[in-house]
Design a protein around this ligand. Structure first.
Ligand code: GUN
Ligand code: ZN
Length: 659
């Protein structure tokens, strides 16, 4: 039903399959009122729409027509249609004249593509008791709907809505219970009041806590979210679908949507975008128009900016720049800035989904960038790396740093035990924003060179690197900090200043590839991979390492774009021998063994276990349940997704081990 094509953080580009066609996600479903359909939304980019089954059910004429001709003809839309159940009316009027079973039956009867059970949208910030008792009913109805659908062999897909108000444990509990049901889609409900009141920080908590417990393999829908200003943020949290009447409600009120916020027509001197409407008319001309004509034109603009934003978001996911877009969008309003800062508190969760390597460079857009997955991941890796006795900290140069650092290095201040410098027992690292300390040997690995930050430091990043240094100096006996670093940071943990001709950085290709292997595959991988008569072949054009051999036997290739190591058959064997189970492993079941041996790609449903540290784009070993090496390849998903998904590819196999 749902297939993921590309990912960035928790955001995904996917395809949702319905009986009326496929939908590319993230997607926006404009709300179609079954009686007051003002404009042809398909013309402005809608591939899927949502309408209200309860409103149709309650209206005798509409009901008759829907039952006779079907929903698609009723609202003149031949693509996929989702229907809501009347829950929203329930939350506004306190009551509806339909039962859960009746609304499920009716939605199937009128041939909806995706139906919804009669959940109870519990408002934010209610008493806990109310949230709990509502939740019980919501869960009961979701279970009833799923059973009824199975019982009656219904064709439509089914939504099971996550509720729980602003109680994060209730959101998690609800999501956990619903995921046991195997529903087709999981909407997150009752968030409209949070969005209307700019409680975006609470929205982040509610969405992230729901997402934590929802299956990754299913499409997730943020109900009632229709302002393009928040799409990027919500996609980065894992939302695949949005629906809203905002495009028409705002238009009726002479308000124009934009990714920067909302414009009131009465305040406009200039049209704020380049859509057809904004290019053709001036604000004065729009103001002078009859109400209905003006409304339709503004709605057209609103749809245009909403769909344009979704295209931009999908493109950002393809290129790996979604968080840059989120950080940019969240500067449109202080409440959104607060929300993206709150999202930073969930970076441990986001990191699990974030691809190891991306097409685009990491751009620092402000202090929020310091909380991104990549930064957290580097810190964790660096803590695990083996450490020499002493550490030398250098100021940044052009990247890759190791290419531009040579000769006499300058003056250093000493921290810790003062002792004779032994360069063979010293780590060399550059201190920079946003990755803190970067060992020179691994500085070409993504994203340690593929990033950019302003040279003028902000207070937050200075504090960030100070904390970084404070932590890392404790791991060494003696630390020499370059005088420029001291000056930039104004840190005061040094003793005396020395300047020695002996302190030089000596490039060593073998040390470098071993360090990269340790960083990539785990400590010990470098020693195990690069034994024997090591022979390093470089590109004549760029001077970069390309192939590494033992004698004439290829061990690994180094990928030019991100400097990660790509295993050969011999490399895979050595890594497998040296690294204990389950490191770097994806375990497949008996049935798929011959396919793996033969070099066929591995599908998720054949995977029985894998290393929790695997992220998409990692080079991995494919083994059987006795840990026999079958093949090696590139992970297309992260460990948590590989374990959960039942469809789609997990590993793009490079080669099977069959002779
Ligand atoms: N539309 C907006 N919010 C909700 C919700 O919580 N439940 C349902 N069914 N529809 C909604
Ligand atoms: Zn416009």
């Amino acid at each position: 039903m749902f297939e993921i094509k590309a990912k960035d953080n928790m955001g995904r580009v996917g395809v949702l399959k319905t009986k009326h066609g496929n939908v590319k996600t993230p997607a926006l479903m404009p709300v179609i009122h079954p009686r007051k359909q003002a404009i042809d939304v398909a013309k402005y980019g809608a591939d899927i729409v949502i309408t209200n089954a309860y409103l149709i059910y309650k209206d005798d004429d509409l009901k008759k027509e829907a039952v006779e001709k079907g929903l698609h003809e009723l609202i003149h839309f031949d693509g996929p249609i989702m229907t809501d159940s009347g829950s929203f009316q329930l939350s506004v009027y306190g009551d509806v004249e339909i039962t859960n079973k009746e609304v499920i039956e009716f939605q199937e009867l009128i041939n909806t593509d995706i139906g919804t059970s009669l959940d109870i949208p519990t408002a934010p910030f209610v008493e806990r008791e109310k949230a709990e008792s509502d939740l019980e009913i919501t869960l009961e109805r979701a279970r009833e709907a799923v059973e009824y659908k199975k019982d009656q062999n219904m064709e439509m897909l089914l939504n099971s809505v996550v509720q729980g108000s602003t109680f994060l444990d209730l959101r998690r509990e609800c999501a956990r219970e619903l995921s046991k049901l195997d529903a087709d889609l999981y909407p997150i409900g009752a968030v409209v009041p949070l969005m209307e009141s700019y409680h975006y920080k609470d929205l982040v908590d509610v969405v992230m806590n729901s997402m934590k417990e929802l299956p990754d393999s299913t499409a997730r829908h943020l109900m009632g979210a229709g302002h393009p200003m928040i799409f990027a943020l919500c996609v980065a949290m894992g939302c695949d679908l949005f629906d809203s009447a905002a495009y028409i409600l705002y238009a009726e009120d002479d308000r124009l949507l934009s990714t920067r916020g909302t414009y009131k027509l009465e305040n406009l001197q200039e049209m704020p975008c380049s859509c057809e409407v904004c290019c053709k008319y001036t604000p004065d001309e729009l103001r002078a128009m009859p109400k209905e004509q003006r409304r339709d034109l503004i709605a057209q603009h609103n749809l245009h900016v909403s769909f344009a934003e979704l295209r931009l978001i999908r493109q950002a996911i393809y290129e790996g720049s979604l968080m840059e877009l989120v950080e940019e969008r969240c500067r449109a309003h202080p409440a959104l800035l607060e929300a993206v800062r709150q999202l930073g508190n969930y970076s441990q969760v986001l990191e699990k989904y974030d691809p190891r390597s991306k097409k685009s460079a990491f751009f620092y857009t402000g202090p929020e960038s310091l909380c991104r997955s990549e930064v957290l991941r580097h810190m964790q890796k660096l803590r695990e790396m083996p450490k020499k006795r002493d550490l030398i900290i250098l100021p940044p140069t052009r990247k890759p740093y190791s290419k531009f650092i040579s000769g006499k290095l300058g003056e250093f201040y000493i921290y810790g035990a003062e002792q004779e410098i032994d360069l063979d027992n010293t780590d060399f690292m550059v201190l920079d924003i946003p990755f803190g300390l970067i060992p020179l040997e691994i500085d070409e690995v993504y994203p340690l060179s593929q990033n950019d930050a302003p040279k003028t430091r902000d207070v937050d990043s200075i504090e960030f690197v100070e904390d970084f240094i404070s932590e890392f100096v404790e791991y060494y006996e003696q630390v020499l900090i370059h005088s420029r670093v001291i000056k930039d940071l104004q840190i005061g943990l040094y003793n005396k200043c020395i300047s020695s001709d002996e302190i030089r950085y000596q490039k060593d290709d073998i040390k470098k590839v071993k360090a990269i292997a340790d960083y990539q595959f785990g400590v010990g991988a470098g020693e195990a991979l690069f034994k024997g008569n090591i022979n390093i072949e470089k590109s004549k054009k760029t001077g970069k390492i390309r192939h590494i051999y033992d004698g004439k036997v290829l061990l690994v290739n180094m990928r030019a774009s991100d400097s990660f190591l790509v295993l050969s058959k011999e490399g895979a064997k050595r890594l497998h021998n040296a690294m204990p189970y389950p490191q770097n492993r994806v375990v497949v079941n008996k049935d798929s063994e011959p396919f793996a041996l033969d070099g066929k790609s591995v599908f998720c449903k054949f995977v029985v276990d894998c290393d929790d540290d695997i992220r998409s784009n990692d080079e991995v070993l494919i083994v059987n349940e006795e840990d026999k090496l079958l093949a090696y390849g590139k992970a297309l998903l992260g460990a948590c997704e590989i374990k959960e998904f039942q469809t789609g590819q997990a590993i793009k196999t490079r080669k099977g081990m069959k002779k």
